[in-house]
Design a binder for this molecule. Sequence first.
Ligand code: FAD
Length: 402
Amino acid sequence: NRKPKILILGAGYGGMMTASRLQKGNFHQDAEITLVNKHDYHYQTTWLHEPAAGTLHHDRTRMKITDIIDTHKVNFIKDSVVSIDKENKKVKLDKEELDYDYLVIGLGSQPETFGIPGVYDHAFSIRSVNSVRLIREHIEYMFASYNKQDEKDDSLLTFVVAGAGFTGIEFVGELSERIPELCEEYDIARENVSMYSIEAAPTALPGFDEELVEYAMNLLESRGVNFKINTPIKEVQDGKVLLDDGEVIDSQTIVWTTGVRGNSIVEEAGFEAMRGRVKVDANLRAPGHEDVFIIGDCALIINEEINRPYPPTAQIAIQQSYTCANNIKALVKGTEEELEEFQPDIKGTVASLGGKEAIGVVGDRKLYGTSASTVKKLIDNRYLYLLGGMPLVLKKGKLNLF
Ligand code: FAD
């Protein structure tokens, strides 16, 4: 009597928490659980703007998967997913092929470029530990290079952040904290450095409370950030950003944060997707594929109140992992009547602005300044607690709360 095989792809918020839920109790006696991830570590995507700017060491954002997953209960395979064959229930990895009875896709996102030319070739993105290490090293290299030249090239010290959504604002907040330190370290006057936050929409942080957006913009402007709102980018070239209004900004550092789409592997597998995200059913399964669960940034969930998709967040990915794990258990045990419907419970949103500054809405309360920044750290710590209990909070948490 063969045990059903459960295969989880991706050890981000969604995949890691699903594995962690499935390893609780004795479920491993009923099913063979396998988790596949590109790296042997799990990282906190929501913290990546910090190591990108160099305000936090990247090792603080990552942890070894086998320190958290009990390998007596869950097999861990370090490999990259190449493709999914949903008809034959097989997944091709770089080094081997696996089959499954139940699949969980938690492969996260990739940058949305809206087809704007030059983005892939000339812009950086905040998407993994390695991509943000490159940004931090590059920024430092720009500072170091500036001094070497007799005829100064200001594009070395011009930093452009494309997109003033959540990620763009969090990154530019960190960067504006880091720049004065770098100026000090490299003997460069602060006025030689320029920072731009460029946004196509009519406001920064679209969808956020207006008063908080104003607070954030005023604060960041006081740290030297130039906002260009309502200003689409036409093209990115080597060392240049071309704006729709004809302006050209010479910059050697363009960080692209205009939103994400679901991992292309999902679309390539033939699932019907919108910007790479699959509109899953109430139980989080791909329509027509009762054995495939899709969670996190690869899944699309509609907010019925406004009839628009929820923005993809870690908050939703984590909540989905609970429903997904419970539903897999119900299917394996043959108690389909116990399948749960997913209902997001949005507790709030807090965006950090660097240092001890943040803005957010929690419940119906608006927060800004230090109190928002403390809440942000508590949210970060809460996730670590859910994943690995108090020991993980003490090892990786943000303990300097105020
Ligand atoms: P991820 O957490 O991105 O994980 C995907 C995993 O899949 C990774 O481990 C990756 O290595 C792995 N993987 C990818 N491709 C392959 C492959 N081919 N083979 C094997 N493994 C693969 N959300 C919030 O709720 N609150 C916030 O404050 C917040 N802040 C953010 C700040 C920043 C700077 C960014 C970038 C995002 C932020 N988000 C925030 C959004 C949040 O990070 C994502 O919604 C969340 O990470 C999605 O979780 P996931 O499990 O779908 O994917």
